[in-house]
Design a protein around this ligand. Structure first.
Ligand SMILES: NC(=O)c1ccc[n+]([C@@H]2O[C@H](COP(=O)([O-])OP(=O)(O)OC[C@H]3O[C@@H](n4cnc5c(N)ncnc54)[C@H](OP(=O)(O)O)[C@@H]3O)[C@@H](O)[C@H]2O)c1
Length: 240
């Protein structure tokens, strides 16, 4: 099994939800972690939990949808970590509403955050991985990126776009020994899904939890470098 100790990771949206669970899993494995998001209090609290595992844990506050901020912040993070080995493109938002009723600005914000945000961050991190001739990038899509459904057109469009972008990138940078992994999880209990009323709090008996997602990521990282998990759909076994 590949040792992950002393690797350096950036996790966007790492203060809570799937990103936080991934950051905790990484810290347990000895990976130094930089988490990002817009809410400084949340990031600070998570960094103190991460530091308890004895790894270097830092945070940077920025909005992934602003390219200038992404450029500045990624540079700062890499300076602090010394290098970067792993990127988890996790930050994202969802919006529910009919095609007809959703405001143009809301539809645009979902695309700007989920697609352009991921593109901006990846564009800034990729040169470091190419230079090292090694690295891992996890792109968090969704089952909504595989099938459209009523009232989630913006979210679904954004996640279809993520899958296309991710697969193209994977085919480009395999030759650089960079593994690009596209994840399409189903419903996991987080602020996002509880907030949308898709799942309930304390549903751990049946519904996927953030730590299940985190375990999938670390299992993919522990594969021998010759092996790449191209994509993975994580489902609850029996959610009803
Ligand atoms: N939960 C699910 O069932 C599920 C299923 C499939 C895919 N996903 C995907 O998994 C990812 C994480 O979702 P989650 O369930 O953990 O959601 P969540 O609990 O709502 O967390 C979203 C994270 O993204 C960050 N974020 C959102 N917009 C941002 C922006 N503009 N700039 C920087 N950071 C931003 C948030 O940080 P701040 O609030 O601090 O900015 C937060 O850390 C998303 O891409 C989501 O689409 C989730």
């Amino acid at each position: 099994m590949m040792s992950l100790k002393n690797k350096k990771a950036i996790i966007t949206g790492g203060g809570r939800g799937l990103g936080k669970a991934t950051a905790l899993e990484f810290a347990k494995k000895g990976i130094d972690v930089a988490i990002t998001g817009r809410n400084e209090d949340v990031l600070k609290a998570t960094v103190s939990e991460l530091s308890a595992f004895g790894v270097k844990a830092i945070y940077e506050v920025f909005d992934v949808s602003n390219y200038n901020d992404v450029q500045r912040s990624i540079k700062k993070i890499v300076e602090q970590l010394g290098t970067v080995d792993i990127l988890v493109n996790n930050a994202g938002i969802a919006a529910v509403g009919s095609f007809n009723e959703m405001e143009v600005a809301e539809w645009e914000k979902v695309i700007q955050t989920n697609v352009l945000g991921m593109y901006y961050v990846t564009k800034e991190v990729l040169p470091y991985l190419i230079e090292k001739n090694e690295g891992d990038i996890f792109n968090v899509a969704s089952t909504a990126g595989l099938n459209g459904n009523p009232n989630i057109s913006a979210y679904s469009a954004s996640k279809f776009a993520v899958i296309g972008m991710s697969e193209s990138l994977m085919k480009e940078v395999r030759k650089n020994n960079i593994r690009v992994i596209t994840l399409t999880p189903s419903t996991i209990e987080t602020d996002m899904t509880v907030g949308l009323g898709i799942t309930k709090e304390n549903s751990e008996e049946h519904v996927l939890q953030p730590e299940d997602f985190a375990q999938l990521i670390s299992s993919a990282l522990e594969l021998p470098r010759r092996a790449m998990l191209k994509s993975a759909a994580l489902w609850s076994t029996n959610p009803i």
